[in-house]
Design a protein around this ligand. Structure first.
Ligand code: SF4
Ligand code: SF4
Length: 185
């Protein structure tokens, strides 16, 4: 048959010798490579018991922030949703009622706030757009889920723990943002 291109090379198929047919040398070479890896630094870690440090500019899962008194900072202005290039954020605003001053910092708050993690590209523009320091991208990532609806995060998934009720969890969730929050107040 005529070759379509001139790249084809004829292969010489020499019969194997008796020693080659024993494959001992090749097995030995393979074992040597395995042995070498025993003494090398491991490329893998035992996740989730061990984790690698994230880059300082890592952008992970969103957190809806509260102030030190535990009040929600978000005023449902919608700037984050407008800034989001993936249109991943939806919200519904509501008026704060008398007696709810301890729950919401501003007169208007987000009664519903959702982020579709399947759309999100973790660009951080929502955080940059927010004038109230009400949303930030944390140092964790969204866990895997078998269902699409499980990756649409609502307020219960996003809100930071209340510092008045769970101070340790609040501090942990705030991470290295503690200083920034202090400056924003
Ligand atoms: S990180 Fe970017 S893509 Fe994700 S919700 Fe914020 S603005 Fe949208
Ligand atoms: S998170 Fe910030 S930008 Fe988004 S609606 Fe709330 S206050 Fe506005």
């Amino acid at each position: 048959m005529q070759a379509l291109t001139n790249r084809a090379r004829p292969v010489e198929r020499k019969p194997m010798t008796f020693v080659e047919r024993l494959y001992l040398w090749n097995i030995f070479k393979g074992m040597l490579i395995t042995l070498k890896h025993f003494f090398k630094r491991k490329a893998t870690i035992s996740y989730p018991e061990q984790t690698r440090p994230f880059s300082p500019v890592f952008r992970g899962l969103h957190v809806l922030n509260r102030d030190e008194q535990g009040r929600e900072r978000c005023t449902a202005c919608g700037l984050c949703a407008v800034a989001c290039p993936a249109e991943a954020i939806t919200m519904e605003a509501a008026e704060r009622k008398p007696g709810e001053e301890n729950l919401y910092r501003e007169e208007k708050y987000a009664a519903k706030y959702e982020i579709n993690m399947l759309r999100c590209i973790f660009c951080g523009l929502c955080e940059e757009a927010c004038p109230k320091d009400a949303i930030y991208l944390s140092e964790t990532f969204a866990p895997a889920n078998y269902q699409r609806k499980g990756l649409i995060y609502g307020k219960p998934d996003l809100l930071i723990p209340n510092p008045q009720e769970q101070p340790e969890e609040y501090k942990q969730a705030l991470g290295n943002r503690a200083n920034k929050q202090h400056q924003a107040n």
